[in-house]
Ligand binder design. Structure first.
Ligand code: SF4
Ligand code: F3S
Length: 119
């Protein structure tokens, strides 16, 4: 089992989750954080810290977030580790609570190229 960040994080990045993670399992992209499943020790500390309730155990993902584990796994390989809390995104309050934000996920061109190379 591992934990995964779902689309509630997109355009918010409140990053309360980062401070409590004992293994630095979070990775930061342009408008979302993800968890590296190989670094997550399933402690569950991050889940209650997220004001967006965007973090779930992979065994407990909502139906409309079924792809979150795959997205976390792929992007954690490409994005850098984040160890410290950061300021939320400028329009975080506007995007707070909006459902299924996956179409808004930003993936840099270089990361897309890596994904293509890997396939
Ligand atoms: Fe880190 Fe624990 Fe959350 Fe896994 S469950 S990402 S180890 S805080
Ligand atoms: Fe995102 Fe929630 Fe962490 S909004 S950055 S998963 S605290």
């Amino acid at each position: 089992m591992t934990y995964a960040v779902t689309s509630g994080c997109i355009n918010c990045k409140f990053s309360d989750c980062v401070e409590v993670c004992p293994t630095d399992a979070f990775h930061e992209g342009p408008n979302m954080l993800v968890i590296h499943p190989e670094d997550c020790i399933d402690c569950g500390l991050c889940e209650p810290e997220c004001p967006e309730k965007a973090i779930f155990a992979d065994t407990d993902l909502p139906d409309d977030e079924f792809n979150a584990l795959d997205i976390n796994t792929r992007l954690a390989e490409c994005w850098p580790v984040i160890c410290k809390c950061i300021d939320p995104m400028p329009e975080a309050e506007r995007w707070s609570g909006v459902a299924n934000k996956w179409p808004l996920l930003e993936i840099e061109a270089g990361v897309l190229a890596m994904e293509t190379d890997a396939s």
